[in-house]
Design a protein around this ligand. Structure first.
Ligand SMILES: Nc1ncnc2c1ncn2[C@@H]1O[C@H](COP(=O)(O)OP(=O)(O)OP(=O)(O)O)[C@@H](O)[C@H]1O
Length: 293
């Protein structure tokens, strides 16, 4: 289990992290979200030892995180880190060797990853000749080649087309199922909602919500009642709590967090044909907007 406890970091006058804590368990994908400048990259760099925190603790499996532990981590930095002139296969293999793999182990892991990530045909191309999406696939292969114990990825999905997103998502799910804690930052909240078991929302250097996605949705967003009525008599919802909207095809939609559900249902039934009556939870995007507002 990877634990970040009360991290604080200043850049001169700027307080970038003001007590950030998070936990990622084996076999869990943790989505790290927050507005630009909220502190995600700073947290990840501290986790990887690229930056030093002013205070706070990092723990791996219950003890302080060491240099040796970090050598086994897989990292995709925000600024990326590929050698532009080096060929794809050579590059992935090289990073495997840097992590202490034998030549043959690095070569076979490279071949397997290139196949999985659709890079085999580009194996002899220099990185600079690849599209952004393919460069990102190489970057992911570099982070995965040594079978990392933890994966830390800074905005790995940015700029990718839907097929590349799926290839990358599959690779993360596969690693996570093998018991690896995965942490990635992203501004694509639909993707975070789809892929992640747990989420952390950071705002101005503070974690404003974190935990399993379902729990965060219930805790931060509550739940609300949605009623859809067709052919409703005008004014049926006057006096009822909530917000009424009319869709282009004339259906009336009432969404409310208050009031007696049975009374609302009776009013709706009297007013017209009830097409939908049920509880809904706000999306992660809605929760994010509220949390960082
Ligand atoms: N080297 C630096 N020197 C001074 N300030 C910095 C430095 N790096 C980051 N900051 C500031 O620290 C804060 C946190 O930045 P960080 O890059 O961690 O945010 P982020 O959440 O990763 O943002 P984004 O989503 O835009 O990548 C920002 O206000 C940023 O301007």
């Amino acid at each position: 289990m990877l634990e970040v406890l009360e991290l604080r970091k200043r850049y001169g006058e700027k307080e970038a992290l003001r007590g950030v804590s998070l936990t990622v368990r084996p076999g869990e994908i943790f989505g790290f979200v927050g507005a630009n400048g909220a502190g995600k990259t700073t947290t990840m760099r501290i986790l990887m030892g690229v930056l030093r925190a002013d205070s706070g603790e990092l723990r791996w499996n219950g003890r302080p995180l060491s240099f040796e532990d970090r050598r086994k981590f897989g990292y995709m930095p925000e600024e990326r880190g590929l050698y532009q002139k080096m060929k794809v296969a050579e590059q992935i293999e090289y990073f495997g060797r840097l992590h202490g793999m034998s030549k043959s182990a690095a070569a076979s892991a490279t071949a397997e990853l290139m196949e999985r990530l659709g890079l085999t045909e580009r194996r002899n191309d220099a990185v600079e000749a690849l599209s952004l999406g393919n460069q990102q696939r190489v970057q992911l292969a570099v982070a995965l080649v040594h079978e990392p114990s933890v994966l830390i990825l800074d905005e790995p999905f940015s700029g990718l087309d839907p097929l590349a997103v799926d290839a990358l998502a599959d690779a993360l799910i596969e690693r996570c199922r093998a018991g690896v804690p995965v942490i990635f930052s992203s501004h694509q909240l639909d993707l975070v909602e789809r892929l992640c078991d747990s989420v952390g929302i950071i705002s101005a250097g503070r974690m404003v919500a974190s935990g399993p996605v379902d729990e965060v949705r219930v805790k931060e967003g509550g739940r609300r009642l949605k009623v859809v009525v067709r052919d409703a008599v005008p004014g049926w919802a006057d006096g009822l709590p909530g917000e009424l909207t009319v869709t282009d095809d004339g259906r009336q939609v009432l969404v409310t967090e208050q009031g007696d559900p049975q009374a609302i249902l009776s009013s709706a039934v009297r007013a017209g044909t009830v097409e939908h009556f049920g509880w809904e939870q706000p999306s992660l995007t809605e929760i994010f907007r509220e949390a960082v507002a």
